[in-house]
Design a protein around this ligand. Structure first.
Ligand code: FCB
Length: 443
């Protein structure tokens, strides 16, 4: 099964999850430093202080990327490494780190895909109100200006935000991520300021990076009612509205979905005149992260009074407890193709955690991850054959890394990391993925 000839093959990471060096070379504190240093917030008391020590081992990591034949590498920039106090003075050492990384990637023939924000807000800005406060937008623009000016001559592919849903709703409503708040109004305001920052950043990037292709990455989950009951169908509409449409619709120029505004019953007073036009700034591509579907089941009525289910969760799950459902990536892509008109789509993350072990002979065999990626790739190809403009695929993740509130317990890497020694071992899936890239297809 061959992919289109210019299909792009990559792998992804994020700054806080791999870099370590949390307080080196002038880096400021981020909300994830603060959160992980707060007892009880992250499993096992793990922190990103050292992580994969990528800040010191990036050259070695680029060699590994070459071993896998990667054509593109998606990484994120740590805002507090570049602007330790959120705005104001630039930390040249921070910029230099990313500048060297970009040069070395280009020299290795690997295209950099830069994400500006993958969840590590400078703590000083959280102290000033964080994403729920409108005064975060201006510093984000300054940060975008600093980075795109420094790297825009060499970086052509830009992702403003990674999964604003997670930043807003998991960080400010569910509280499982930094900064750990539990307030729906804060989450709604945060989502708006994340989107507004995205919209204002797009022209800044274009201005500094003449060949820029600019997009945003959303985590999309097809929602499916567990039964035909009215209650489950309403839950499906809610789940789809909360996770998918709340972000897709404003970016596509349709504003916030009215059914959700009605349900939230929030005055949405944080939306000012002109904001929605800025949020709808034309983009060149949509980044889609896909891990699983959402089976929607109402909890408003007792289970026994609800209609019989037509959908059950499959038994096959990853170590995260996430159902393996490859058809969902196809369903979501087809829906994007029919309901929206994005010029191009990249799968900016897809992958799975399994409990990997190093064998007696030093190898890491991970047939489940290989199979997960293969089945999802087959579904991506099917969507492409049906006309959806998917232009590339990034496996999550290049390396085992700090999996947020789960710490180091969940391994998503194509490459195994021994956190004691920082030794890296290519898993079977990494070697297989290299063959897929070289063949531009799967068997
Ligand atoms: C996504 C995140 C990424 C990683 C994967 C497993 O939501 O963008 O950083 O944690 O999930």
């Amino acid at each position: 099964m061959s992919f289109p000839k210019d299909f792009l093959w990559g792998a992804a990471t994020a700054s806080y999850q791999i870099e370590g060096a949390w307080n080196e070379d002038g880096k400021g504190e981020s909300i994830w430093d603060r959160f992980s240093h707060t007892p009880g917030k992250v499993d096992n008391g793990d922190t990103g202080d050292v992580a994969c020590d990528h800040y010191h081992r990036w050259q070695e990591d680029i060699v590994l990327m070459k071993d896998i034949s990667l054509q593109a590498y998606r990484f994120s920039i740590s805002w507090p490494r570049v602007l330790p106090s959120g705005h104001g003075e630039i930390n040249q050492k921070g910029i230099d780190f990313y500048s060297q990384l970009v040069d070395a990637l280009l020299e290795a023939g690997i295209e950099p895909y830069v994400t500006l924000y993958h969840w590590d807000l400078p703590q000083v800005l959280q102290d000033e109100g964080g994403w729920p406060a409108r005064n975060v937008v201006e510093p984000f623009c300054q940060y975008t200006q600093a980075v795109s000016k420094a790297l825009g001559d060499r970086v052509n592919n830009w992702i403003t935000f990674n999964e604003p849903f997670v930043s807003a709703f998991i960080g400010y409503e569910e509280g499982r991520h930094a900064p750990g708040h539990t307030d729906l109004h804060e989450a709604l305001a945060a989502s708006h300021h994340l989107l507004l920052s995205h919209g204002q950043a797009v022209p800044i990037i274009r201005n500094n990076s003449p060949d820029a292709q600019v997009g945003i990455t959303l985590n999309l989950h097809p929602a499916m009612a567990a039964s035909d009951s009215e209650a489950d169908k309403a839950t499906e509409a809610f789940d789809d509205g909360r996770i998918n449409r709340w972000f897709l619709d404003p970016i596509a120029g349709r504003g916030y979905p009215q059914d959700m505004v009605d349900i939230y019953g929030d005055g949405m007073g944080f939306v000012q005149a002109g904001d929605l036009d800025q949020i709808a700034a034309p983009i060149d591509f949509l980044g889609m992260n896909y891990y699983m579907r959402q089976i929607s089941r109402s909890t408003d009525i007792p289970e026994e009074e609800n209609a019989p289910r037509k959908i059950y969760r499959r038994d096959e799950t990853t170590e995260m407890g996430w159902e393996v459902y490859p058809e969902g990536i196809y369903d979501m892509l087809l829906r994007l193709g029919s309901d929206y008109d994005f010029l191009a789509i990249y799968i900016t993350e897809n992958g799975a955690a399994f409990p990997d072990k190093v064998n007696y002979d030093g190898q890491v065999e991970d047939p489940q991850r290989l199979s997960y990626i293969k089945c999802h790739l087959a579904m991506v190809l099917k969507a492409i054959q049906e006309g959806v403009p998917v232009q590339g695929y990034f496996a999550w993740s290049l390396l085992d890394n700090f999996e947020w509130a789960y710490g180091y317990a969940k391994r998503f890497g194509l490459i195994y990391v021994d956190y004691e020694t920082q030794q890296r071992i290519l898993k079977t899936s990494a070697k297989w993925y290299g063959q897929v890239i070289r063949a531009n297809g799967i068997e």
